[in-house]
Ligand binder design. Sequence first.
Ligand code: TA6
Length: 305
Amino acid sequence: MVYLFGAHIAQWSLKNAQEVLFMSKAAVFDNSTPIRGGIPLVFPQFGGGTLPSHGFARRSVWTVHSMQENTLVLSFSDNKSTRDLWEGNKFTLLYSITLESNAITTSFQVENQGETPFDFQALLHTYFHLSDITTTKLYGLEGQSFTDKLSEDITVPCVQPNEQPLVFDKETDYIFFKAPSQVTLVGLALSQKNDKEMEKNEKEKDASCFASNAQDGTVTIDIQVNNNGSIDTHDIVVWNPWSEKSIRMGDFGDDEFHTMCCVEPGCVSKWETLTPASKWTITQTLVVVGGGGGGGGDGVGETKL
Ligand code: TA6
């Protein structure tokens, strides 16, 4: 399910399985603020700065560019508001979403439509729905360098120990730079629940029942950046707000950090420069390979707008 507001993928679930992506029960859907969950788009700036946090792409209403079979393409171009906010820069964004039976590919393209180069950052801020953060593991970043945004001195790079997958036991806000093209997240809350069972559990609010029935699923995340025709490096942000930050977030449940994490491909450790008429694209492909994912379903998925 995709909202035109922010070109926001709010839901992706495999046939007969629970949601692969996390969506906060406190998320706001009235276009007043970015939706808390799914895949927010970050452009043209990551984090704080002169623009609204994480930029204006996720706060703007996009339009449908095309919709065929299992691919939906949305678009957004500069307008007076974005030009006032962002130095008059002219651009076209295209966001394509392709569904397969157990996979989704999202591809975010920036094209410079102006006469002068501009610098930008971009990121796919993907929220995953987990069984339990404390048993979740993220493989593929072993030995990689990263910035810990919560450390005293963020200029001192950290390194993920060799042979050790990333695990979560506190607020985590890491930027892995020059990151690998594939990582694997183990711990998705995938279970084949029929509606009746879901209804029963919902009534009993029996979290343990969900947990006991959830089978930990695995998703591989393949990432590629194409910078005007050449493959370029990318970063991966890994985030979990943990307990204190969760309480401070009004559109996020105090306990929701237990069942989510973000693994976010992007280019945020530096500014990308795009010259006139050039294109820059980041693509991620999520493939669910385990758990009750009902993977290997029948044919292509259906897009619902
Ligand atoms: O991607 C990690 C991060 O930048 C965190 O620092 C945290 O701010 C998170 O994004 C959520 O940001 P948001 O603006 O969506 O509340």
